[in-house]
Design a binder for this molecule. Structure first.
Ligand code: SF4
Length: 353
């Protein structure tokens, strides 16, 4: 029987995100791994490969397609209460044991993972978004950077239908891929998994510096950026590490929303069953103390007081009230896509309507 890797090789097309090196290898710059591939070699993501001097990349299928609340991505400063058509392919450049999408992301590495794939066209995806009343389409489930050429093909069709476009990503990008994405991606969510280079290398197989550089570059380029940190007890939840992480985000912009979310045991990770609510609340307080204006506690709906709501940083008025992924009410004063506090008139950053 044909393996998943063999069948996916047929769902590929020549890619764009590479350069030819003097020794004829292809340097892929879809992600910060920058694999240098000889003929016949496959990249660390296992889905991009050098075939006779062409970089072949995933194309023309989905492994997951579903309309979700945009709060689930999570984006809290983007079109609250709307739905986003989420699509994903297979594979990832990281190898996190605690991955919560491992069935998609580790499909090419782990025989226990794997996922049926369905050939489709960008039009099929955009039609599904329209049928479900979505305002956005999101590349998610696997790591979208490694399938960026396909995402841009889908987003090109989505823009024609007046949809806005999102990435839900580990943020391990390069300047080249961010320039490629900028005309198409409006909203970029980054998983900033910890604030320790050694942990990034050991647990993810990635580089903290690459992610930090990318977050700063995304803001410079004008993407709307929200950041999520999944709190792993004993791994990334020390006060010192979380404070340093929050200070970094605040130094890029105090308007970056930071979501601190509770971990539940998944995939091959051994450890505590879940992150205690007290840890999530402490992290949220550290974020505020570091100067971040919008900090949210996630994955513990109902246990986090007002930390799921958007409040005005000037007068404290609650502007968007949430429970989990549901928006219970919004009092923002709207002016086009902009929003402000109805009490003190302070502008609240984001795309609200
Ligand atoms: S996407 Fe990243 S991991 Fe995959 S081939 Fe390109 S540089 Fe390597």
């Amino acid at each position: 029987m044909e393996s998943l890797a063999e069948s996916l090789k047929r769902l590929t097309a020549p890619g764009k995100l590479f350069r030819v090196l003097p020794d004829a290898r292809l340097e892929c710059f879809a992600c910060a791994m920058r694999c240098k591939l000889k003929g016949g070699q496959t990249g660390a993501c296992r889905v991009r490969f050098n075939q006779g001097g062409k970089l072949m990349v995933p194309w023309g299928y989905v492994a997951g397609l579903q309309a979700d609340p945009i709060e689930k991505k999570p984006f809290f400063h983007v079109l609250p209460g709307s739905r986003s058509l989420s699509f994903g392919m297979l594979g990832c450049c990281y190898t996190c044991d605690f991955c919560q999408n491992w069935v998609s992301s580790q499909a090419l590495r782990d025989p226990a993972a794997g996922h049926a794939v369905r050939p489709c066209s960008p039009r099929d995806i955009v039609k599904a978004a329209a049928d479900d009343g979505c305002l956005t389409v999101t590349s998610t489930y696997n790591e979208p950077l490694i399938t960026s050429e396909w995402a841009v093909e889908v987003f090109g069709e989505a823009k024609k239908a007046d949809l806005r476009c999102c990435y839900v990503s580990n943020g391990s990008a390069t300047p080249e891929v961010l320039a490629f994405l900028r005309p198409w991606v409006d909203f970029y969510k980054v998983d900033l998994k910890c604030f320790d280079e050694g942990t990034y290398r050991r647990l993810m197989g990635g580089s903290l510096k690459a992610v930090l550089d990318s977050i700063a570059a995304m803001r410079e380029l004008g993407f709307w950026v929200e950041v999520v940190t999944l709190l792993l007890p004993g791994v990334n939840d020390s006060e010192r590490e979380l404070s340093a992480l929050a200070r970094f985000l605040a130094s890029v912009s105090p308007d970056i929303p930071w979501h601190v979310t509770a971990y539940h045991r998944d995939y091959r990770m051994e450890g505590p069953e879940s992150t205690p609510a007290a840890t999530v609340l402490k992290a949220a307080q550290l974020g505020k103390a570091a100067g971040l204006r919008y900090v949210y506690a996630g994955n513990l709906s109902g246990d986090t007081g007002g930390w799921e709501d958007t409040a005005c940083p000037s007068c404290g008025a609650v502007l968007v009230e949430r429970r989990g992924f549901r928006v219970m009410g919004s009092r923002l004063a709207l002016d086009g896509s902009k929003g402000s506090c109805p009490e003190c008139r302070r502008d609240i950053p984001g795309v609200w309507a």
